[in-house]
Design a protein around this ligand. Structure first.
Ligand code: BTN
Length: 335
């Protein structure tokens, strides 16, 4: 049952409560006795957890005799703070937080199979096997990027699930723009780019029957505060920090993203595919008039993007004059 479901590795609720208490009172010294009382543990447990938080990279100042405080609010995706900010919304009910997990998509799929209701949010500070599109890895350095998956149970046919990828891209673009002023380019079907480099991506996975979706997991990764990327990634990836020179508070980005997604999602369910297709065409410069190479695995061809089909598939006008619908494959801009 969802209520009793325990996931190995999730952040202990009382540890999260300690973090929230310290965050909400940042710069104020709180005595160990008060913390113990408010969280409902012994003073020695408080001391042990403070040590635990320090090991996880949260800089808690103070000591047993004086009390504890945070010099500044840490940029952690604490579930309590998220729930408070999203109270009353679809994503403000159940949040699962990990300091480290393999993949938030993997965890959210597990929740889906276990009967968890729609709206669950899975967040991680670090992923050891972050999943990207086409079996690629998603580089998920600790504490610098946004790594989040949401569980949905829409009444859709399996073929429509990819519209949720595009929808999440639309919402992510709006969230980034609202918070930073930067406008990432939306590249069909799942990329967010800044200055031609990858800022973020979306990976949708689902469990479905032939005619209906049982549940969908939409996984979103946004490179936020990375200052550099290892090896080859340095040439193709970027972050909000690299582009703006400023630090972005990930919780703020997540709150905007989920708020925006909830409203876009409800319009999609009410208005149908047309809402997603029209909005995507409007906010994606890439969808029309770009010279591209399409690699489907079976073939490779050149053409110019020509908008989306009513189902949300990319149309490419080929050099041989044919208009082709891209069902799957890599689409690369050729300048
Ligand atoms: C892509 O290849 O562009 C998609 C990347 C999706 C990455 C995110 S990070 C959070 C979620 N968990 C995963 O394992 N992957 C997605």
């Amino acid at each position: 049952m969802p209520q009793t479901l325990t996931l190995p590795g999730t952040t202990d609720k009382r540890l999260a409560a300690l973090l929230t208490l310290l965050s909400e009172n940042a710069t104020i010294v709180i005595s160990g006795a008060r913390i113990a009382r408010e969280i409902g543990v012994s003073r020695s447990t408080v001391w042990r957890w403070v040590e635990e938080l320090r090991k996880l990279g949260v800089y808690v100042k103070g000591q047993r005799s004086t009390g504890y405080f945070l010099e500044k609010v840490p940029d952690l995706l604490t579930p309590d703070l998220l729930r408070k900010r999203l109270r009353g919304s679809l994503f403000g009910k159940r949040a699962f937080h990990f300091f480290k997990t393999d993949s938030t998509n993997r965890v959210a799929m597990e929740l889906g199979f276990a009967g968890e209701p729609e709206g669950a949010v899975v967040m991680a500070e670090e992923q050891t096997a972050g999943r990207g599109r086409a079996g690629r890895m998603w580089h998920s350095e600790k504490g610098t990027g946004l790594y989040v998956s949401i569980l949905l149970r829409p009444r859709l046919a399996p073929a429509q699930a990819s519209l949720l990828t595009m929808l999440a891209g639309i919402s992510a673009q709006a969230a980034v723009q609202g918070l930073t002023g930067l406008v990432p380019e939306l590249k069909w079907p799942n990329d967010l780019l800044l200055n031609g480099k990858k800022l973020g991506g979306i990976l949708t996975e689902m469990h479905a029957e032939p005619s209906a979706v049982r549940f969908v997991v939409v996984g979103i990764g946004i490179n936020t505060n990375q200052q550099r990327f290892p090896g080859e990634l340095g040439f193709v990836a970027t972050s909000l920090r690299k582009e703006s020179g400023r630090i972005t508070f990930r919780l703020e980005l997540l709150v905007r993203l989920l708020t925006q997604f909830e409203s876009d999602y409800s319009r999609f369910l009410n208005e149908g595919a047309r809402f997603v297709v029209e909005r995507f065409e409007k906010v994606s410069d890439f969808a029309k008039g770009r010279r591209v190479r399409v690699d489907t695995g079976a073939e490779s061809y050149m053409g110019v993007t020509a908008g989306l089909s009513p189902e949300g598939l990319l149309l490419v006008s080929r050099e041989n004059g044919l208009l082709t619908t891209v069902i799957a494959g890599d689409v690369t801009e050729v300048r």
